[in-house]
Every structure is written in C-alpha cells, then in structure tokens.
Design a binder for this molecule. Structure first.
Ligand code: ZN
Length: 85
C-alpha cells in the first residue's frame, strides 16, 4: 500500500494513539496501524478504528464512574492488545 498523500511506501507498525476528551487524555499503546515511511501519516483499519472508539468509551465511563479520578489523574494509558483480546 502507498501513502494517499505523498505516494511513498507505507509499513505496518504499532503506534501510540492519543485522544483528548473531556479534559482527560487517553493514551492507547501498541495500536496496529499503517504508517507512511516519508510523511509519517497514520491510518487505522476499520476494525482498529472501531476498537479505538470502544476503548475510549470504556475509559471515559471508567473515569466518570470513579468520580474524582478526573481531577486527580487525568491521563489514562491502556494497552491495545489487552483491551481487544
Ligand atoms: Zn506519506
């Protein structure tokens, strides 16, 4: 597969996905993605994108359920493989 932006080669890599939501930052490590070797653009497959959305949703519910966590520790770090398995 070639990059849709610069047409360079792409490779399969594990990347770190971050999402900034509701004053919290959710960090999901080891996410399988296609990355451009030239411009660094990142694509996620439909399956992975759906899983990321589900993981973010779970994290937000966990943060909200635990109440004060939102103020005390506003960064959630999760491992993609552990969430999906
Ligand atoms: Zn590119």
């Amino acid at each position: 597969m070639t990059c849709g932006i610069c047409k360079a080669e792409t490779e399969q890599k594990l990347v770190t996905y971050t999402e900034d939501v509701n004053n919290s930052v959710i960090v999901i490590r080891n996410v399988p993605a296609t990355v451009c070797t030239e411009c660094g653009n990142v694509w996620y497959s439909g399956t992975v994108a759906a899983q990321l959305e589900a993981i973010v949703d779970h994290c937000l519910k966990g943060i909200v359920a635990r109440g004060t966590l939102l103020q005390v520790a506003d960064v959630a770090v999760v491992n993609y493989a552990e969430q999906v398995a």
